[in-house]
Design a protein around this ligand. Structure first.
Ligand SMILES: [Zn+2]
Length: 181
């Protein structure tokens, strides 16, 4: 951040009294510009034992497969965001959302939240975000062609979860020391 969104003057990275980290601060209008992690929400949409995945038509990871997901919007609940993103990427309508996993990416200031859901209807045509969408049985999942480690984490946990009939929510963190992509 270079300029204050309130008044247009130059901001500086400053230690604010009583705060623990440095913030972008505008000395002109005394605005502190807080920056916090982005939340990404999505659905592991299941139909007849198969999982819906979307092939990305946009960077990053264009051409790779991912769980339909995207940034939570202001004024939206995480469930609403997950339903919306699934529809935007695949034209898939989901219901019966259950919190499945949370995946931390502190090095890029992101938190992924995935739900399991039932895919109620699905009428895919390629769009600006997705070139292809398909249902994959557990043994068809393109592990080597997944877009993000969060996808791998959620799918692995989803499959193990189903086998163990475990209703726990899984929490994971990207390990910078063991990059997988
Ligand atoms: Zn300002």
């Amino acid at each position: 951040m270079k300029f204050c969104s309130q008044c247009g003057n130059t901001v500086t990275l400053s230690q604010i009294p009583g705060d623990t980290v440095r913030r972008f601060y505008c000395a002109h209008c005394e605005t502190v510009h807080y920056q916090n992690p982005k939340i990404i929400v999505g659905c592991l949409a299941e139909k007849d034992g198969k999982i819906l995945l979307c092939k990305r038509a946009i960077e990053p990871r264009i051409g790779k497969w991912g769980i339909p997901a995207g940034y939570l919007e202001n004024g939206e609940t995480i469930e609403e965001g997950a339903v919306r993103e699934t529809f935007e990427e695949s034209n898939g309508v989901v219901a019966g959302l259950k919190l499945q996993s949370i995946y931390n990416l502190p090095h890029v200031n992101q938190v992924y939240i995935y739900f399991t859901a039932k895919l109620v209807s699905w009428d895919f045509t390629p769009n600006s975000e997705t070139s292809e969408a398909a249902l994959f049985s557990p043994d068809e999942i393109p592990w080597d062609e997944l877009a993000f480690t969060s996808n791998k984490f959620a799918l692995e946990k989803f499959l193990s979860d189903e086998k163990s009939e475990n209703d726990n929510v899984f929490v994971g963190t990207y390990d910078l020391n063991h990059r997988q992509f």
